[in-house]
Design a protein around this ligand. Sequence first.
Ligand code: ARG
Length: 469
Amino acid sequence: MASGKDTSSNQANSLWGGRFEVGPAEIMEKINASIDFDKILYAQDIRGSQAHCRMLVSQKIISAEDGDKILAGLDQVKAEIEAGNFTYDPKLEDIHMHVESRLTEIIGEAAGRLHTARSRNDQVATDFKLWVRDAMDQMDKALSGLQTALTDKAEQNAHVILPGFTHLQSAQPVTFGHHLLAYFEMFTRDRDRLRDARGRLNECPLGAAALAGTSFPIDRFQTADALNFRRPTANSLDSVSDRDFALEFLSVASICATHVSRLAEEIVLWSSAQFNFVTLSDKFTTGSSIMPQKRNPDAAELCRAKSGRIIGALTSLLVVMKGLPLAYSKDMQEDKEATFDAANAFSLIIAAMTGMVGDMTVNEASMKASTSSGFITATDLADWLVRVLDMPFRNAHHVTGSLVALAEDKGCDLDGLTLAEMQAVEPKITNDVFSVLTVESSVASRVSYGGTAPEQVLAQVKAARKRIE
Ligand code: ARG
């Protein structure tokens, strides 16, 4: 026997150690083991193995008797894991070897027939796809909950007026319902992207074996069907080296988290004393240990921050994948931790955002008061000059600019100017102009499709509810 320095055990691996004389170095075992994080794939792994086993039996590759033993043994392994009396051992590397090794302890030699016509490469791709597919379905459900919270809040606030901003400068008055529905649209696109990605994910890699397919007469359509995949994957090399499905999941999550983060940022601003547009409920804020007046929007801040983590997961997997030759490389084991972590962060931020939106108090008076600075109806004045006096818009823009300068000098808003003062700038202006200078008339006038008028918002809420499904 060769002398193995720095080995944690002199025993070669019982599942693949046929040609090895000594066991791995301790650090090899540590860097190689994925069981700490891939143990959450146990249900997908057992489900995949049972589908594979049934196919092996129906294709007469293994006997029905062995098949029954394997199926029952796998049920027992699953029960043990779920009951919490399963022993994990880093020497067994990953969840796939843990399940098979325990199966061997329970049913003996027949367990060794389960791995016929497959490899851990197609096995892990299948397990991970099943997991990501479930995560996508949960993500979709969570997003529909957030959309419901947004539409409910939008309906209650269809008439509430606040400044709309561009460059964070007061631009034109908008309704709060309209503002919230902007986020509804973003989450609708996210759900579309998700559905689209799920469709592409939904092909089964099982049976691609190590990389080249197998000489056994397997039926890949049967296993694909049993695992609710649309069809088997078409190319065995691609099957074991593809992680697009995880990348797409992470990119949808990253784009969506970016939307959540923008809303979170607005909530942080709105809930500050300076804005005071909304008050967050006690359930989603924390106090300060030193400043008694504080009510910190921690949940919103963490939504904003966790989006960074999700984007990080996408970046990390892109970088892992970009240099890999076909087919499987162990690098790909690094696909899981970041994906699991991102999915967890994602479900936290959607739940927190749904709670915050539903629970926040809208401070209508503060929103309205904040529209009284910044000459927010200047565009309405220019539009009036165009509509009533038939002025070309560029001239109207210029006249309005002079009136804004005048109001600024006088220290009042546009409706604080007298008719005489306005006529000194443009003699044809009549008293009727004052009818467009209020924020109420401004929002009410914006009835174009998709516009901010309260009646538009209510119609959009109605349409939005139908789109949630
Ligand atoms: N734990 C491995 C992973 O997650 C399973 C696949 C191992 N395949 C292999 N050829 N060593 O990627």
